[in-house]
Ligand binder design. Structure first.
Ligand code: ADP
Ligand code: MG
Length: 484
């Protein structure tokens, strides 16, 4: 399909593990909070003590349900938890409790925008499971002689969102992941903080001859924890597959790790099959029943989703696709932007200011949009001043910076700082005349055909007003005086 892979079509399917934002774990009352002392957030259930019984966390179920509903998945009234057996030091029970043959939700799709195009990437399923603990190999902590086991993460609720093998470029895969990331945060299901491992992606990659249907042998890249890594790792893996096959070799199904330092993937372990895990239904849990009431209550909690907002921004407010995507990606930003538009009725100006000035301020100050003293009402008032020509864009930025500090109104700051634009044409005309009179030689050059002197004059007049003139008004006055 894509020319860059000459005759080959890459196929990509992603599995995303997303921790749910609950107070406690999926089957125990231990806290689900990041950053505690190792092994302090555990109970007998998480430690796998004999005789303990898991009890399902209702809130985790609600959050899982919300994600499925947001993605238009089928929700199954009855689903089953199973034991997935494997041995690893961070898994004290010797098995992980996970939905397997009968997950709570199947099908659905993730709405994706890339380079101005909107499309859906179909999902296979979403299921619930518990997270495993963590091994700590860091020699700064362990002294190098040992590895430590931290079970704070053991039993943290997860959903695993599995896509169909239906993506064909690394860019689409990264855009899919961004969209999914945005949605799980929108619905309040997860913090999806990739640095904390809240949101982790495994990428399955294969290639096939363009125009053929049968899937090639896949490899799985484990635990890619940034959007950039996902894109780079998949791009590398596609090239590797093509090189191996074109070189007469064969791809072996295996799990691989991405090493960003070397820019390469390397083999981690061979293929695993379901039968290796000896799945069987978890005898200590009854089937999970999702009633219509629960489904309705969670559906009611869904906010307008990013793709719906994108559509409104483009179609109702005339924004460019990329701007619409940027502004809709985070719910707090989207709500701030929308409130500013409602107050100001200046959607395009509001879009530019939120995208540039507001987002930059958040990055620079490290604060969240909810903490910003410059509220949508403040910004809307400022935009009206800019739009009305009372405040230049450059001075408007200064007013905004002050507003962020003090929470004062735009008009108050503008007046206190003497930033009100000189747009009185009489006053501007006087200044323009003075500039022309004082620069007779420049005027002569201009008359002789040196057109760029016009802008020089504009600059001189702006200087005289100490940047407070509306440049469009200055140009107008100057044109009138020069009779052009
Ligand atoms: P497992 O859980 O054993 O890794 P699944 O069959 O559930 O296996 O597939 C996991 C992911 O791999 C899914 O996202 C699916 O779309 C993707 N996938 C399966 N086969 C291929 C393939 N040949 N090429 C690319 N992706 C694939
Ligand atoms: Mg897998």
């Amino acid at each position: 399909m894509s020319q860059r892979y000459e005759g080959w079509e890459p196929v990509i399917g992603l599995e995303v593990h997303c921790q749910l934002r609950t107070e406690s774990k999926l089957f125990s009352s231990a806290p689900n909070h990041f950053g505690a002392e190792p092994n302090h957030h555990t109970t007998e259930v998480d430690l796998g003590m004999p005789g303990v019984l898991p009890v399902i966390n209702g809130h985790a179920v609600e959050l899982a349900l919300r994600v499925a509903l947001a993605l238009g998945c089928k929700v199954h009234p009855v689903s089953i938890f199973a034991r997935k057996h494997y041995f690893y030091p961070d898994l004290p029970k010797g098995y992980q409790i996970s939905q397997y043959e009968e997950p709570y939700s199947t099908e659905g799709a993730v709405p994706v925008e890339l380079d101005g195009e909107e499309f859906l990437v179909p999902l296979t399923r979403i299921h619930m499971e518990e997270d495993a603990g963590k091994l700590v190999h860091d020699s700064a902590i362990t002294g190098g002689a040992a590895s430590y086991v931290d079970l704070n993460r053991a039993g943290v609720p997860l959903i695993e969102i599995v896509s169909e093998p239906a993506m064909h470029t690394p860019e689409v895969a990264a855009a899919y992941l961004r969209s999914l990331h945005s949605i799980v945060r929108y619905v309040g299901a997860s913090d999806a903080d990739m640095e904390k491992g809240n949101f982790r992606c495994d990428a399955n990659v294969s290639v096939r001859h363009a125009g053929t249907e049968t899937l090639g042998t896949r490899t799985e890249l484990k635990n890619l924890n940034s959007f950039r890594f996902v894109e780079k790792a998949i791009a590398y893996e596609i090239e590797r597959h093509i090189d191996v096959i074109e070189g007469g070799g064969e791809i072996v199904q295996e799990t691989r790790l991405w090493d960003d330092k070397t820019g390469q993937s390397r083999s981690m372990r061979g293929k695993e099959n379901a039968h290796d895990y000896r799945y069987f239904p978890e005898p200590d849990l009854i089937p999970l029943r999702l009633g219509e009431d629960l489904i309705v209550s969670q559906r009611d909690k869904l906010p307008a989703l990013p793709h719906e907002r994108r559509k409104c921004y483009r179609e109702e407010w005339g924004l460019a696709v990329q701007d619409a995507t940027t502004l809709a990606e985070d719910r707090g930003i989207a709500e701030y932007f929308e409130a500013t538009v409602v107050e100001s009725e200046l959607p395009k100006l509001a879009a530019n200011w939120v995208k540039q000035t507001v987002l930059r301020t958040l990055t620079d100050t490290g604060s969240s949009i909810e903490e910003l003293k410059a509220t949508p009402r403040h910004l809307a008032a400022l935009l009206k001043l800019v739009d009305g020509g009372q405040l230049t864009v450059a001075n408007g930025r200064d007013v905004f910076a002050e507003m962020v500090e003090t929470g004062e109104d735009a008009a108050t700051i503008m007046q206190a700082k003497g930033l009100e634009s000189v747009s009185d044409t009489g006053e501007l005309e006087t200044m323009a005349r003075e500039v022309l009179d004082a620069n007779a030689d420049q005027l002569e050059k201009f008359r002789a055909g040196e057109e760029k002197i016009f802008n020089w004059f504009v600059g001189q007049i702006m200087k005289k007003t100490r940047g407070k003139a509306n440049p469009a008004a200055v140009q107008q006055v100057l044109k009138k005086l020069l009779a052009i």
